[in-house]
Design a protein around this ligand. Structure first.
Ligand code: TYD
Length: 139
């Protein structure tokens, strides 16, 4: 599958007014294609660390830098792309089986991650060679 079919940027509506901003993300096919089962967020990382470095066999993700900025490198074993997340209304949707690295976190980065599945460590692939074997159908 082409990498461009495995990720996309989604822009959410901002219902802000003179009181401030309010960004809404609705699941189940409204703003994002999946039902949100889990939410986590990453903060306190900086530009010296690389997070992620895994692929998920089942889970779809939506990443939003609700504060600050970070970069995400996506890789499908053949192609790579780098996406900078730097707006609270901008989300990066990732299909299952995309290898991802998150890095270059600004000091004020708060990276919100919405997930289509509950946490299950057995659906993570943390070894890149294993990932390549699985996408080539050799595993
Ligand atoms: P890790 O997968 O390394 O985080 P990142 O998304 O930056 O790659 O997760 C760090 C630890 O937290 C690891 O022991 C697994 C655990 N964890 C959970 O228990 N539940 C979760 O939803 C997540 C994302 C991680």
């Amino acid at each position: 599958m082409r990498l461009e079919e495995q990720y996309r940027l989604i822009y959410f509506k901002d219902l802000g007014d003179e009181r401030g901003n309010l960004v809404v993300i609705e699941g189940e096919g409204m703003d994002i294609p999946f039902d949100i089962k889990r939410v986590f967020y990453i903060y306190g990382s900086d530009d010296t660390v690389v997070r992620g470095q895994h692929a998920n066999r089942e889970t779809e993700f939506l990443l939003v830098n609700v504060g600050g900025s970070s970069k995400v490198k996506v890789d499908n074993g053949t192609e790579t792309a780098v996406i900078e997340l730097n707006k609270p209304g901008m989300g990066l949707y990732l299909s299952p089986m995309v290898w991802k690295d998150m890095y270059d976190f600004s000091a004020d980065s708060i990276l919100l991650v919405l997930c289509s599945r509950h946490y299950d460590g057995t659906e993570y692939i943390r070894d890149y060679e294993e990932y390549l074997r699985e996408i080539k159908g050799e595993a």
